[in-house]
Structure formats: structure tokens, C-alpha cells
Design a protein around this ligand. Structure first.
Ligand code: NAX
Ligand code: ADP
Ligand code: K
Length: 550
């Protein structure tokens, strides 16, 4: 599992590596960091030999890494223009030491050291050099960046972006793309192109992923990301910080989703109840149920308000539909029937298309106070339960809530701006106060464990999934994950559901194009997504085919 750190956690790790028991020399860590970029970017670019490179070195330690990179790519055959944007006295001892070494290698032919552009002529020359080069290396700012870019960095970044847009150069960022906040993913000056962040094709980051590389809008600036341990002592890289966050990857999900036992039966894979819908929104109920079916649920029951049932019965034969009561929305009078049935259910999901009638809130409160199986709450169930923290918290972490950003804003009372300023902290705080497993849907979706407070950042999904009904399918999928994998840990089930949902969306994007694929099509591709996951699993010997097979 890939750890995601903040700048402060990274600084702490650096501090212990250098000044704690490991006593690593700062100049060595910087050497390792610069060498890692030269190696990894070189491999990605098919070598440095014969390449013209423009390298911008800021006045902090990110710039120090740049001096090391210059030395290594020179040795590998590149020609380098190095813009040294700080004064010698600005640099840390280790950066100054690397600058001195580089100064000994400087010459007109292969390694030109330049100061920050000032005159018009300087800027014109910089533009020319960018257009005549094939690679730009951004060692201007790393984890030390905050606020908005100041000059001359803002103009340099704009020039680099323009050269990249013209197709002239490939851009490699050192640790972070300049102008991206490493803790929040916020970028310099929002969407103002003139002072915006640098857009890299590749980022080589040190020690661990930074939040700003996985959260938007920063994530869109990073390009292909590689993490290099830069020789940090293993125990330091593995150590658990106070507020851990991780990136979910396929290998993590392959560990959670166990292969089916060959002698399993439908009972093994759970009875999923979707209790939801209203006459206006029968489709939401059906999409949630379909998400459960395509995730391999043993049995899927759909319970809808009586007047909604005619729109659902017979639509999909695998789904066992029954109307409850006679209304077009649920009321408290319908609760007893659901509570009685729930004794046979592995999991209950409520919310998609439920409607927001006050009578439906009474129904929800009654059901939630009585059922004992795990519950997934989405959409209107969340809107109706916005003020019911005490009831939700009393369920002892047996609930998964799956709000999108607007729903989360409603139930948490936080403004959209407050959530976006630090979504990881907002999600963690909410899960802790409400004692729930939280799936905060978006780009990217965050999952928080009620038990540990760990935050998992999803790595799959795409903007083609921004269409009505996608979340409904996810609700059914998460419910099915809880039930048929017999998962006692609801957070693991949520992680599996979210990752596979996004992976299904990515498969649809490949097959159908960037958008226009539907939630039902996304659900339909799940068996293939699960199949590719199974290829990664080491199947126990008894589950391998005895005859034939691969
Ligand atoms: N020992 C360490 O701490 C190591 C650090 N390393 C590198 O050091 C970097 C962190 O170094 P620093 O803490 O010096 O930080 P940076 O080099 O990222 O940036 C610090 C400089 O940026 C300036 N700055 C901040 N916001 C600005 C803005 N909006 N506009 C213009 N200038 C701005 C500050 O005035 C300061 O001079 C990492 O990203 C990494 O690249 C690596 O060498 C590995 C070891
Ligand atoms: N730009 C995007 N990138 C990745 N995933 C996305 C993006 N937009 C939407 N999604 C995913 O699609 C789903 C949309 O859910 P939701 O907003 O609840 O839709 P609905 O309520 O219409 O069913 C979520 O799982 C979300 O993470
Ligand atoms: K950088």
C-alpha cells in the first residue's frame, strides 16, 4: 500500500534520517534524491545521451536536488542549461556544496550556468532555449511552496507550459510540480493561466507520495508519478504517522477480495436487500440492485414503496422485487415489515431515489434503530439523516455512508470551500464524530475507516463517470462486497467497491470513449474487472482447474 504524506510528515522523516539515530549526512540524501530523478527520468525518456535540457533550480533544497541532477545527466551525455534562481548565500550547506561541484563542471559547450532572466533579451533567449530543447527539468519549488507563485517563477512556469503546449518539450518535475501545494493539491492562482502551476509529464517524488499529487487539481499537474525511497532507512518509510493516508492500488484490492471457494453456493455470497426508491425515481433503485447483481451477490432483494413496484417488477429477472405498503414513498407504517425481513439479510442498503418526504425520514429512523445487519446509506437517506449524528453513532461503526461532495456538505455543515481546502481532514473528522465508515465520493473518492481513522484515496475512475446513477450502482456494489465476501471489516468492503467501480468506469472509457457510457454498462463490465483481478491472485492449489485451463 502506498503511503501518502504531508510536507510536515516528510520534513519530520528527513529530520530523523539526518539528525536522529541514522545520522545520514544531508548532502547524501540530496545526492540520492537528484540521482533518483536522473535515473528514473532517464529510463522514462530512453536515456539522456544527446538531449538538450533546460533545468530550473529554485533557491531552496528543491533547487539543490537540481544541481545533483545536472551533474548526473551531464555524465550521461546531455547538454544542460542550468538556471540558478537563488543567490549562493541563500542555499543550505548541502545545496551550496552541490552547486560548487557543478560550477567546476560548467563550460560553454555542455553545461551553461545562468542566473535568473531579467532583461527582455534574457526572456527571449529563455524562450528560444526552451523551444530548441527536448526536456525541461523543474527543480524550482517542492514541498516548500505555498500561496501563489511570485516572480520570476510565475513567468518561467508560464513559458515552460507554453513550450510544452507547443509540443516542444517533455517536462520532468522534481518532488512536486512547481505551484502545487503538497498538502492540499491546491494550485497557484487557481485557474489563472498566467500564474498557474507547472504541468509536468512526469514527477519523481521522494520518500512517499504527497497529498498534492493525488488530490485535484494538483494531481492533474503531476503526469506519470514515480516514488523513490532515496535511501531513507526502511523503518522510517514504514513507520505509521499519526494520521495515515494511503493510495488504493490493485494489489491492495487483490488482497481484500478473496477468490470464491469452488464449492460455494448462493447462500455463501450473501442476501443483499436494497430498500429504496419512490415513484419518481424507480431507476435509482434498479441501478443499485443491478450493481449488487453484477458484483456477484448471492441473492438480491429489492423492496420499494407499493406504488413504485409496478415500475420495477419484471425489469430484471435476477432481482426479487416486492412493494411495501401502498404509497409512492416509504412511511413509518412500512418499517415493521422491513425490520421483520431484515433478520434474513446480510446487508441493507437504503437511499438511491428514496425521496425526501418527512414521512420517509420517520421510516428511516425506525428501521435504523431496529436492524442489526450492516447498513449502507446513500443519497436521500443521507439528506434525511443530516441531523441524526447520535443515532448513527450508536450503531457502533456498522454503517457505511456514501455522500458526494454536496451531500457531505449538507450533513457535515461544512461549506464546499472548507471541504476542498482539506478533504482528507474533513472526511477523517466526520468519520470520527459520527462513528461511521465514510465514502466521500468525488475525484478522487476518499474512504475512511471508522475503526482506525485511516484514509484511503482511490486511484481509479474518470470524468466519464460524472453522470446520474453512477453512485447508485456503487451503493449496490459496496453492499454486495460486504455480503458475499463475508467481510467483517466494512471499510475493506467499501475500499473494494470503490476501487472496482472506478476500474469498471476505466474499462468503459477504454471500450466506449471518454464519456457517454452508462451506469448500467459500468456495472456490466464488473465481471471482466473481477477476472483481471483474479489473474493477480495466487489461487490456492485446490482452486486451480484440474483439467485444461491456463
Ligand atoms: N533533507 C531534506 O529536507 C531533503 C529535501 N529535499 C528537497 O527539498 C525540497 C524541500 O526544500 P525546501 O524546504 O527548501 O523547499 P523548496 O525548495 O520547495 O522551496 C523553498 C523556497 O520556496 C520559496 N517559496 C515558497 N512559496 C513560494 C511562492 N509562492 N513563490 C515563490 N517562491 C516561494 C521559499 O521562499 C523558499 O525559498 C523537497 O521538495 C525536495 O525536493 C531532497 O533534497 C531530499 C532531502
Ligand atoms: N471526475 C470523476 N473522476 C472519477 N470518478 C468520478 C468522477 N465524477 C464522478 N465520479 C464517480 O461517479 C460516482 C457518482 O456518484 P453520485 O454523484 O452519487 O451519482 P448519482 O447520485 O447520480 O448516482 C461516484 O462514485 C464518483 O466518485
Ligand atoms: K519542482
Amino acid at each position: 500500500m502506498q503511503k501518502i504524506t504531508t510536507a510536515a510528515q516528510m520534513r519530520n522523516m528527513d529530520r530523523i534520517a539526518m539528525h536522529g539515530v541514522y545520522a545520514m549526512a544531508p548532502v547524501v540524501l540530496m545526492e540520492n534524491a537528484g540521482h533518483a530523478v536522473a535515473e528514473r527520468a532517464g529510463a522514462w525518456l530512453d536515456g539522456w545521451d544527446g538531449k538538450d535540457v533546460v533545468l530550473f533550480c529554485g533557491k531552496g533544497n528543491n533547487g539543490g536536488d537540481g544541481f545533483v541532477i545536472a551533474r548526473h545527466i551531464l555524465a550521461a551525455g546531455a547538454r544542460v542549461y542550468v538556471y540558478v534562481l537563488g543567490k549562493e548565500e541563500d542555499y543550505s550547506d548541502e545545496a551550496r556544496q552541490h552547486l560548487h561541484t557543478l560550477q567546476q563542471l560548467a563550460d560553454e559547450e555542455t553545461c551553461l550556468l545562468l542566473s535568473a532572466p531579467q532583461s527582455d533579451a534574457d526572456w527571449q533567449l529563455l524562450q528560444k532555449r526552451l523551444l530548441a530543447s527536448s526536456v525541461v527539468i523543474d527543480a524550482m519549488l517542492g514541498t516548500g511552496f505555498h500561496g501563489s507563485l511570485r516572480q520570476p517563477l510565475a513567468s518561467i512556469v508560464a513559458e515552460v507550459n507554453a513550450a510544452a503546449a507547443a509540443g516542444a518539450v517533455t517536462v520532468i518535475a522534481v518532488d512536486m510540480p512547481t505551484g502545487v501545494n503538497s498538502d492540499t493539491g491546491a494550485v497557484s492562482n487557481g485557474d489563472d493561466d498566467e500564474d498557474g502551476p507547472l504541468f509536468a509529464d512526469m514527477t519523481v517524488t521522494f520518500g512517499a507520495l504527497k497529498r498534492g499529487l493525488v488530490l485535484y487539481p494538483g494531481r492533474a499537474c503531476a503526469g506519470h508519478v514515480e516514488v523513490d525511497p532515496i535511501g531513507m532507512p526502511g523503518p522510517l518509510l514504514m513507520q505509521l504517522e499519526e494520521n495515515p493516508a494511503y493510495l488504493l492500488q490493485e494489489s491492495d484490492i487483490a488482497e481484500i477480495v478473496v477468490p470464491r471457494s469452488p464449492d460455494s453456493h448462493k447462500g455463501t455470497h450473501g442476501t443483499i436487500a436494497i430498500v429504496t426508491g419512490s415513484s419518481q425515481m424507480a431507476g435509482a433503485a434498479l441501478m443499485a440492485a443491478h450493481g449488487a447483481v453484477r458484483s456477484g451477490a448471492g441473492k438480491v432483494f429489492l423492496r420499494v414503496p407499493g406504488a413504485t413496484a409496478p415500475y420495477c417488477i419484471g425489469v430484471q429477472p435476477e432481482i426479487m422485487v416486492r412493494g411495501v405498503g401502498t404509497g409512492d414513498h416509504f412511511t413509518a407504517a412500512d418499517a415493521d415489515e422491513i425490520i421483520a425481513e431484515s433478520k434474513n439479510w446480510s446487508v441493507l442498503a437504503m437511499g438511491p431515489g428514496l425521496g425526501r418526504d418527512a414521512e420517509t425520514k420517520e421510516f428511516l429512523l425506525k428501521v435504523l434503530a431496529a436492524v442489526t445487519c450492516p447498513v449502507v446509506l446513500d443519497a436521500d437517506a443521507l439528506n434525511l439523516l443530516a441531523g441524526e449524528k447520535a443515532l448513527i453513532a450508536s450503531r457502533g461503526s456498522r454503517i457505511i455512508m456514501t455522500p458526494h461532495l454536496a451531500e457531505f456538505s449538507r450533513i457535515s455543515g461544512l461549506s464546499m470551500a472548507e471541504i476542498k481546502a482539506d478533504p482528507i481532514a474533513a472526511a477523517r473528522q466526520f468519520a470520527s464524530e459520527w462513528k461511521v465508515n465514510l465514502v466521500l465520493k468525488g475525484a478522487p473518492t476518499l474512504i475512511v475507516s471508522a475503526k482506525t481513522g485511516n484514509v484511503y484515496v482511490n486511484s481509479t475512475g474518470n470524468a466519464g463517470m460524472a453522470c446520474g446513477g453512477m453512485g447508485d450502482v456503487l451503493t449496490g456494489m459496496i453492499a454486495a462486497m460486504i455480503a458475499h465476501q463475508g467481510m467483517s471489516d466494512l471499510c475493506s468492503a467499501a475500499c473494494a467497491g470503490v476501487y472496482l467501480h472506478g476500474a469498471a468506469g476505466d474499462a468503459c472509457r477504454k471500450d466506449h470513449g471518454p464519456y457517454g457510457f452508462t451506469p448500467m454498462e459500468t456495472a456490466d463490465v464488473l465481471p471482466q474487472v473481477l477476472a483481471s483481478l483474479e489473474e493477480d491472485l495466487a489461487l490456492p492449489i485446490l482452486q486451480q482447474p484440474l483439467i485444461g485451463g491456463k
